[in-house]
Design a protein around this ligand. Structure first.
Ligand code: F0G
Length: 357
């Protein structure tokens, strides 16, 4: 039994969920061992939030440290199948890391366009190390996305942002995994919303599993934008989005309508959380459960806390919060939350003195 399950862990994501993916005999089964991420119970944080059951889907454990690898492996496989030689994306950092990695793995050229000064250091390091052609614009993500859409229309370069439908197909595998792990659907799925692809992909995935009679219902989708970047909540694009959660610093999401459909069809909601609420949830995830995600990833937990505080939550519910990216991508912001102590002499009594021992 354990032998079989350890073998199945090595099956590439595209193979494991092949029947739910747009894979043909011509699609190359590429992999960096994405997917199959842990779903861990979080009892201390659940008690802190006041909910019965909370699970954390650790998408940070993907090969480039974010959920983007699921969509990217599918998009790059289809680009290869179509004979493409180059891919392009706009990014707040994680999409570019994933695109650059899978392009490197398969010998494609990769162009990434990112907003100046608003990319976490680890993500910048990834694009550079994986050998992407990095372009930094004096503008934000929304402007970068407009630029690369136009570029891909005018030249033989495949766009691998989530407007590429293969991205959402790949990302839907996270919903399949949650159902497979729980043997059922949770009552609520909470996650951050930026360009709004992921909430749309999850909803598509849960609906597919339901339609295939693998689960008996679908969860309510709870999406959370940062308060300074909450166009869906306000019902209008935001020209100058701001938030310290740079991954979701987006003012005009490409999958806006799909996200609204996911919200309405599931009976869920899309709300906003302040940067202070995001930081508090981010720190609690690390300090109460030993899970270090990036700031944007904490928006789902911040949102559950807000709903509970305002009496709109469900104390008896079973929640899954998706932790979309790894904390080590943005170490600077983490360290800035604290005062790093001044050095002490390298002697035992100095240590004992500081520890009051
Ligand atoms: N969490 C993280 C860590 C992200 O990087 C993103 C999006 C999201 C949440 C939001 O997901 O866009 O599907 O609603 N990052 C994109 C990027 C925009 O370029 O890496 P979404």
């Amino acid at each position: 039994m354990s032998h079989v399950s350890s073998l199945s862990r090595d099956v590439p994501l595209l193979e494991r969920y092949r029947q739910f993916l747009p894979i043909t005999d011509q699609t190359p089964i590429i992999t960096l061992h994405e997917g199959n991420t842990p779903l861990i119970n979080a009892p201390r944080l659940a008690a802190n939030l006041g909910v019965r059951e909370l699970w954390l889907k650790l998408e940070s454990m993907n090969p480039t440290g974010s959920f983007k690898d699921r969509g990217m492996v599918m998009a790059i496989a289809k680009a290869l199948e179509a004979g493409s030689k180059a891919v392009v994306c706009a990014s707040t950092g994680n999409t570019s890391a994933a695109a650059a990695a899978y392009a490197a793995r398969t010998g494609l050229e990769c162009i990434v366009v990112v907003p100046a000064g608003k990319i976490a250091l680890g993500k910048l390091a990834q694009a550079l190390m994986y050998g992407a052609k990095l372009l930094v614009i004096e503008g934000n993500f929304d402007q970068a996305l407009d630029m690369v859409r136009a570029l891909a229309e005018a030249h033989p370069i495949t766009l691998v942002n989530s407007v590429n439908p293969y991205r959402l197909e790949g990302q839907a595998t996270a919903a399949y995994e949650i159902c497979d792990a729980l043997g059922d659907v949770p009552d609520y799925l909470a996650l951050p919303v930026g360009n709004a692809g992921n909430i749309s992909a999850y909803w598509m995935g849960f609906q597919r599993y339901h339609a295939a009679h693998l689960v008996e219902s679908a969860p309510k989708m709870l999406g959370f934008q940062a308060s300074g970047s909450a166009p869906i909540v306000h019902g209008a694009p935001i020209a100058h989005p701001e938030t310290l959660a740079t991954a979701i610093r987006i003012g005009n999401p490409a999958s806006w309508q799909l996200a609204v459909n996911a919200r309405d069809e599931s009976g869920g909601l899309i709300d906003h959380v302040s940067d202070d609420e995001i930081v508090a949830a981010w720190r609690d995830l690390a300090a109460l459960e030993g899970v270090f995600c990036e700031p944007a990833s904490a928006a789902g937990v911040a949102g559950i806390r807000k709903l509970m505080r305002e009496g709109r939550g469900d104390a008896g519910g079973r929640y899954v919060a998706v932790l979309t990216g790894h904390g080590l991508k943005d170490p600077q912001l983490a360290v800035e939350q604290f005062t790093v102590p001044a050095p002490i002499p390298a002697e035992l009594d100095a240590l004992e003195r500081v520890l009051n021992l």
